[in-house]
Design a protein around this ligand. Sequence first.
Ligand SMILES: [Zn+2]
Length: 97
Amino acid sequence: MTSERNAHTSDRMELDGNAAAGDFSNIFANDVTTVTIHCDGCGAEQLFAQARVYLGGPGTVLRCRGCDAILARLARTPRGTWLDLSGSRTWMFTAPV
Ligand SMILES: [Zn+2]
C-alpha cells in the first residue's frame, strides 16, 4: 500500500491547502439542505434536510434516518467551530457549486 501510495502522489504536483481554498469555500457557502449524505454506518443515502437533528447539547448532531448513526457534528467553542463528518462517507452537492 505504501509503495502504491508513493507512486500515486509522485505523479501529481503537491500544493498546500491554499490551492483548494476557493473550491471548498464555495461548497460550504451553499445551501446544504439538498446535499445528499452517504452514511458510513449503513450505507443509506439521504438528503441533509431528511437527517435527524439534535440541538441543545454541546453541539448540533445529525443522525442517519436509516441506522441512527451520527453523520455529522458541529460545535462552536471559544477556540473556533468544529466540524466532524467522520460518520458519513460522502457529501454530494448538486450543481451548481
Ligand atoms: Zn445509516
